[in-house]
Design a binder for this molecule. Structure first.
Ligand code: PXP
Length: 245
């Protein structure tokens, strides 16, 4: 199975918003990423619209020839937009106003009814639905019960581990969780905090279908250009040399 790379272009919009103008253009970034081999474009339409705007989403869905993955909160206003725009995929994520980025996974176990209703609305619009959860069996089982198509495992704890032992412990948790996702018949994705150094072991997890990566690619793009940054990540995912760079 070929591992797909979803390139998250939120940071391009963050830079544009810093000056409130039109540059750099996230739509152009999506096109360059696609040209460089991205298998999907990911973007998060936040309630506070701090980076991606609704018109970015509409335009990217219109022009992209790879699947678009919209990250969104369990919030009726953004769900209504998703149902109207119909990206191929939606990934439900938790959202807190003050956070710098998505800090933890969604608590489905504690709110099955609310999240389940959101999944139902998105599914009814023909959208493939994932949920972003920590690698915890109770969350995965709850996600399966509410009928999601797939799980995106939160790799933040692995990526932020400060020593090899804790990184290995977090990787073990991810592997265990991945096994559960696959045995329940759901699609397996992962993301958050992955970079050119740490992506290898996650890319090699059995059953992994897609990784969503933003910060590391956009940061590298400042020095190498976006096309090269995406190509380098693609090469890492394709080869067994992931993490050796
Ligand atoms: N997956 C999800 C669900 C996210 O919320 C994010 C951050 O927006 C990412 C992946 C990408 O994380 P990073 O920017 O750290 O690569």
């Amino acid at each position: 199975m070929t591992l797909r790379l979803g390139v998250n272009i939120d940071h391009v919009a963050t830079l544009r918003q810093a000056r409130g103008g039109t540059q750099p253009d996230p739509v152009r970034a999506a096109q360059v990423a696609e040209d460089a081999g991205a298998n999907g474009i990911t973007l998060h339409l936040r309630e506070d619209r701090r980076h991606v705007q609704e018109h970015d989403l509409r335009e990217i869905v219109r022009v992209a020839s790879v699947p678009v993955n919209l990250e969104l909160a369990v919030d009726q206003r953004v769900i209504d937009i998703a149902v109207d725009v119909r990206p191929r995929n939606c990934c439900l994520v938790p959202e807190r106003r003050q956070e710098l980025t998505t800090e933890g996974g969604l608590d489905i176990h504690g709110s099955e009814e609310r999240v389940g209703a959101a999944v139902e609305m998105l599914r009814a619009a023909g959208i493939q639905v994932q949920v972003f959860v920590d690698p915890e069996p109770a969350q995965i089982d709850a996600a399966w019960r509410i009928g999601v198509h797939g799980i995106e495992l939160h790799t933040g704890a692995y990526a932020n581990a400060t020593d090899p032992l804790s990184a290995q412990a977090e990787l073990d948790r991810l592997c265990y969780a991945a096994d559960r996702v696959c045995s329940l018949g759901m699609h397996l994705h992962a993301g958050h905090g992955l970079d050119y150094q740490n992506v290898g072991p996650v890319a090699r997890i059995d059953g992994m279908e897609e990784l969503n990566i933003g910060h590391a690619i956009i940061a590298r793009a400042l020095f190498s250009g976006l096309h090269e940054a995406v190509s380098q990540m693609k090469r890492l995912l394709a080869g067994s040399s992931a993490g050796d760079e």
